[in-house]
Design a protein. Structure first.
Length: 468
């Protein structure tokens, strides 16, 4: 038996669902608004929530994170309108378990529900196992980072290809290494391929190695990066920077795991696991023709999207303390403390350079020869403090400007301007025909002639306006 919550304002459908769920042995509750549903979620623990998209007090998709984070962390099955592909996509991306089109809810409910409940049972078994995740220098305890670490743990179990995405400076390589260190391949090599700097002329030699005499100055055989990754992980850093001409080489390598060293006549095999990283939107790159769709398909069997630092500002203090400890040990300095204003200033910044920029900022502070035992906001770089000062000023709204008598035209002047503009447009629409102008404007021909004379408009020719 499972605890099910129906969050839908369709009373007929809700009654049908309550009847079916009860008949199937489940305990079901219902709410017709988001407010009532969220109240129930705070009061009781549910296994599954059947969520309508359009509710009287809001869009259900926007509340999926709140629902899944409530007591019991229920799975969410979205009930969408027929043929609403965009709604279905957004539902999945928002964290829903699955979605059902409204005309087929009753028919498909049992199957979807049984799969969701089976998933929950298996997830509880896995989560109950004591597993210490090796997270190296991944610092933070915010919900978004915990979610990413949970994805690292899941990715580490299998050998599927993983694509780590996120803005520059978010620590994509750290997460890639964490996947490797927590996998069955941890005792083998983690080999980095810097895709942004691979020269097209040397790519095969760099990746596959070469035999002696394969080309000029090849005085000895050399193994490539793919050989070094045998048994371990091949990390394709900034894979979105790969030129289109090189992508086919990578596709063949990922498909077959076979290669031929330059100058050799024999095929070689390498058993490696692929993890790639990018700060680009590869789907858009595919649409623009700069990235192969088949290569993207190979790379994104599993995706981990890292958040920008501004999306997890709650981790800033923890990161700062870690960086201070690391930097003080590195430079042989006494461990520094941090003041409240120092932390507050850092948390108020939007960090376009993300964690990397935060590290560099802390390093500048720590290496300041005038720094005492405590870091204060005044120790932050001038450029940082100027940015903060400007942001503080721009956030304060200037008092509304009071209009003077000269800013407001007189009634007669405003009326004249409006009549002139209207008559000009009327002439263009009527094509110089007074009868047509009278019909459009619903003004008598006599009144129109009076207005033409008043503003000295020759209606049958171009509009001539005397504004004096």
């Amino acid at each position: 038996m499972a605890e099910i919550l129906i969050l839908d304002d369709d009373h007929v459908l809700t009654e049908m669902l309550l009847e079916q769920l009860t008949a199937d042995g489940h305990k079901a509750s219902a709410a017709g608004t988001l407010a009532d549903g969220l109240t129930l979620l705070r009061q009781a623990s549910f296994d599954v929530v059947l969520l309508d998209v359009q509710l009287p007090d809001g869009n259900g998709l926007e509340y999926i994170p709140s629902i899944t984070a409530s007591t019991g962390q229920p799975e969410v099955i979205i009930i969408t309108g027929q043929g609403d592909a965009d709604g279905a996509e957004k539902a999945v991306l928002s964290g829903a378990w699955s979605y059902i089109e409204k005309p087929y809810v009753i028919r498909e409910l049992s199957l979807q529900l049984s799969r969701a409940l089976q998933y929950r049972r298996e997830k509880k078994k896995v989560s109950s196992r004591p597993v210490a995740l090796k997270r190296d220098a991944i610092i933070g305890s915010s919900p978004v980072i915990k979610k990413c670490l949970d994805q690292v743990a899941r990715a580490s179990i299998s050998d599927v290809s993983v694509l780590v995405t996120g803005p520059t400076g978010t620590g994509k390589e750290l997460f890639a290494r964490a996947i490797h260190e927590n996998s069955a391949r941890a005792d083998k090599n983690f080999v980095v391929v810097d895709c942004a700097s691979l020269p097209e002329t040397l790519i095969e030699s760099t990746l596959f190695g070469h035999v002696k005499g394969a080309f000029t100055n090849a005085d000895s055989a050399q193994e490539g990066l793919v050989k070094h990754a045998h048994g371990g992980t091949l990390f394709l850093d900034e894979v979105g920077e790969l030129p289109l001409s090189i992508q086919k080489t990578f596709l063949r390598l990922l498909q077959e795991h076979e290669y031929r060293p330059v100058g050799s006549t024999k095929q070689a095999y390498s058993d490696f696991r692929v993890v790639a990283a990018t700060n680009r939107d590869l789907k858009k790159c595919v649409e623009n023709g700069t990235f192969r769709s088949d290569l993207l398909f190979r790379l994104q069997a599993y995706t981990i999207a890292l958040p920008a630092l501004k999306e997890r500002l709650g981790d800033v203090r923890e990161l700062v303390l870690y960086f201070i400890l690391r930097l003080c040990l590195r430079y042989g300095l006494e461990i520094k403390g941090v003041s409240a204003d120092f932390t507050e200033a850092l948390q108020a910044y939007d960090w376009p350079g993300n964690v990397r920029e935060l590290y560099q900022t802390v390093e500048q502070v720590i290496t300041n020869p005038m720094l005492g035992p405590t870091c204060f906001a005044v120790h932050l770089p001038d450029s940082f403090r100027v940015h903060q000062a400007r942001a503080g000023l721009s956030s304060k709204k200037a008092p509304p400007k009071k209009e003077s008598a000269g800013d407001l035209p007189t009634w007669s002047g405003y009326k004249k301007k409006c009549e002139l503009e209207y008559l000009g447009q009327l002439k263009q629409l009527a094509g110089g025909n007074v009868t047509e102008a009278a019909r459009i404007s619903q003004i008598s021909r006599t009144r129109l002639y009076q207005l033409f004379e008043k503003y000295r408009i020759n209606f049958s020719d171009e509009v001539i306006v005397n504004k004096n």
